[in-house]
Design a protein around this ligand. Structure first.
Ligand code: MN
Length: 373
């Protein structure tokens, strides 16, 4: 038996004999996270087990994914279960507010396909070869219960999202045969595909045009990048989830090796960390030690949302960076900056002014491209 099959069997056994589950996905949930969480929740419910899903609010396009009735309601401090399942999270910090539930639950499970995942739970099922966590969840559910239309829809949404519509090299023979099995169940596959990858609001189209108009290249076209400031986004009444496809579009530029998309992170409008203001002349390090200082004296990197102070006594804005690559390992670049992801698709958050962060990233990526040659 391969190590992967042993992990899978271990998880199926724990799931079969337990009755009470909490499932949580990563912060900023995407279709793989949501589809995997809800697919599992629907399967547990079908088996008569108790289950809640903890997820941050997500974009309305994901409403096509069944299982929202299992979302946890109420005070998260009261959330308790026999088994806690972290889904599609490369790192515990990616659990966000569900991290406390993970910490206090007796049996913890991690199901994930990120290469950087070191296995933070009691039982870890980590398969970096899998196209998506949904693909792994399919194998688990298949061993537990008969897959119905709702479960199949949830899993298909995850597959489509994380493979870019069966386009990325992570797409395998196994991905396609799972997709075929799901189609056989009679899911609205065309509609799920369009909703996950193509449909957008009018505001999103305007925002897309705006960001393309300020896009630029570096290293003779090998790096293509663009940005979206908070003001730009507000001008067209779009929100940051409308910008998911920008980096993909940039990556489709002929001759591009790496695409970068920078945007100012949106928080509550009264959140002080997004406003420039006077602060103490100190560097503030959070308790999780998630902050690491970079070469630039003015920039501190974090995976969390805490208040950040820079040496220049200014609280600066959080810049989220989405990266795509044809070959160079952007997952390692993101991880070295406190973020994470996969070899060809990754992201991180850097504190600083937009111009500084863009310059810093262009330098880091140019170095990676040069050493790759
Ligand atoms: Mn995923």
């Amino acid at each position: 038996m391969e190590a992967k099959d042993i992990q899978l069997q271990q998880i199926v056994d724990v799931f079969a004999k337990s009755d009470n589950f909490i499932i949580a996905g990563h912060i900023g949930p995407d279709s793989d996270t949501i589809g995997s969480c809800f697919g599992l929740a629907l399967a547990f419910a079908k088996l008569g087990k108790t289950v809640s899903v903890i997820l941050e609010p997500f974009a309305s396009k994901y409403k096509i994914i069944p299982g929202r009735e299992h979302l946890f309601q109420g005070n998260i401090d009261t959330a308790n279960a026999d088994v806690f399942i972290a889904v599609d999270c490369a790192d515990v910090a990616r659990l966000g507010c569900a991290l406390h539930v993970h910490k206090r639950t007796k049996t913890t499970v991690c199901i994930d396909h990120h290469e950087t995942n070191k296995g933070f739970a009691d039982i870890n099922f980590v398969d970096p070869v899998a196209s998506s966590t949904a693909e792994m969840v399919f194998e688990i559910i298949e061993a537990l219960v008969e897959i119905d239309k709702d479960i199949a829809t949830a899993i298909y949404a995850g597959l489509v999202g994380d493979t870019g519509g069966f386009r990325y090299v992570s797409t395998s023979n196994s991905t396609m045969s799972i997709a075929a099995k799901l189609m056989d169940i009679g899911i609205p596959f065309s509609d799920i595909y369009s909703e996950m990858l193509h449909r957008h609001s009018f505001a999103a189209a305007k925002a897309f045009g705006l960001t393309l108009s300020v896009s630029d290249t570096a290293m003779g076209g090998r790096i293509v990048y663009s940005y979206m400031t908070r003001e730009m986004l507000e001008n067209v009444s779009a929100n940051s989830s409308d910008m998911d496809s920008v980096v993909e579009y940039l990556m489709n530029t002929r001759g591009a090796d790496v695409a970068l998309f920078f945007y100012e992170k949106f928080q509550n409008s009264d959140d002080e960390s997004t406003q420039l203001k006077e602060a103490n002349d100190t560097i503030n390090v959070n308790t999780e030690n998630n902050i690491t200082k970079t070469n630039s004296a003015d920039v501190i990197v974090s995976t969390e949302n805490e208040m950040i102070y820079t040496k220049n006594s200014l609280i600066q804005r959080q810049i989220k960076i989405s990266m795509r690559s044809r070959d160079v390992h952007v997952g390692l670049i993101a991880a070295s900056l406190g973020g994470g992801g996969h070899k060809l698709a990754a992201g991180c958050t850097i504190i600083g002014t937009l111009a500084d962060v863009i310059n810093q990233m262009l330098e880091v990526v140019a170095q990676a491209l040069e050493s790759d040659n």
